[in-house]
Design a protein around this ligand. Structure first.
Ligand SMILES: [Zn+2]
Length: 237
């Protein structure tokens, strides 16, 4: 008994400091990988940084520990990059939004994503009920090609439009299928305002030729994933 009293705090202290050391090592590794990725991206003519584009706001949760994986994967960087094809399409969506809803602007959560970050996300959800919601780093998702964007809408006061669920919500409420939204509306799980807000976002992105991911209202692909991987000639950086 006497030993136990003294060992317990020791064990928890060791665990606590191991966790801190692990987190420091992890963050350093993620930082190195992030900077290597950015260096590569900056050398490519086919990628564009959209961070300082007008009429958008940006907050990347994956560059903070406040995301479903609970780790900062982007070394605190709030820079957003896209493949030029997606960036050009996004310009059209921006134009459509400013012409049709001048009181609204896009708020971006993520764009191009390094492959290692996809691996971290997968490892964090492996063996949990969230596993089916996070795509495998192989053969590379549309974010990895710079061909996907996660975003929502804000009003002129900088307030989020109510979309009925948060970013990276893994429940049925994240579904962007019209039939699911209609049934959630009927069941009182979504309001007509929330559904209307989602449809404004969808319309704006469709104006730029983006394709809605049916399971996540905030995710849009710039082209069909099969075409991007097999026929577009776009390489994974
Ligand atoms: Zn996404």
């Amino acid at each position: 008994m006497h030993n136990l009293v003294w060992r317990e705090p020791l064990v928890s202290k060791v665990l606590f400091f191991s966790l801190i050391i692990f987190n420091i090592a992890f963050t350093q590794t993620a930082c190195q990988l992030y900077h290597q990725w950015v260096q590569k991206i900056e050398k490519l003519d086919s990628w564009v940084e959209i961070t300082s584009w007008p009429n958008i706001s940006i907050h990347v949760p994956y560059a903070t520990p406040d995301n479903f994986a609970k780790v900062d994967m982007y070394c605190g960087s709030q820079r957003v990059f896209l493949h030029e094809m997606a960036a050009n399409q996004f310009k059209t969506s921006l134009k459509w939004l400013s012409e049709n809803h001048p009181d609204l602007h896009f708020h971006i959560w993520d764009g191009g994503r390094p492959l290692y970050a996809q691996e971290i996300m997968r490892s964090q959800v492996r063996g949990t009920p969230l596993a089916p919601f996070v795509s495998s780093p192989k053969p590379g998702g549309m974010h990895n090609y710079g061909m996907a964007i996660d975003l929502t809408l804000k009003n002129k006061d900088g307030e989020f439009l109510d979309m009925g669920s948060h970013f990276d919500d893994f429940s049925i409420k994240a579904s962007a299928r019209w039939a699911v939204e209609d049934s959630l509306l009927e069941a009182g799980e979504l309001t007509s305002e929330q559904v209307e807000n989602r449809r404004i976002l969808r319309q704006a992105m469709r104006a730029g030729g983006f394709i809605q991911l049916p399971s996540e209202w905030w995710h849009f692909n710039a082209a069909l994933s099969g075409w991007v991987r097999d026929s577009s000639g776009i390489q994974l950086p």
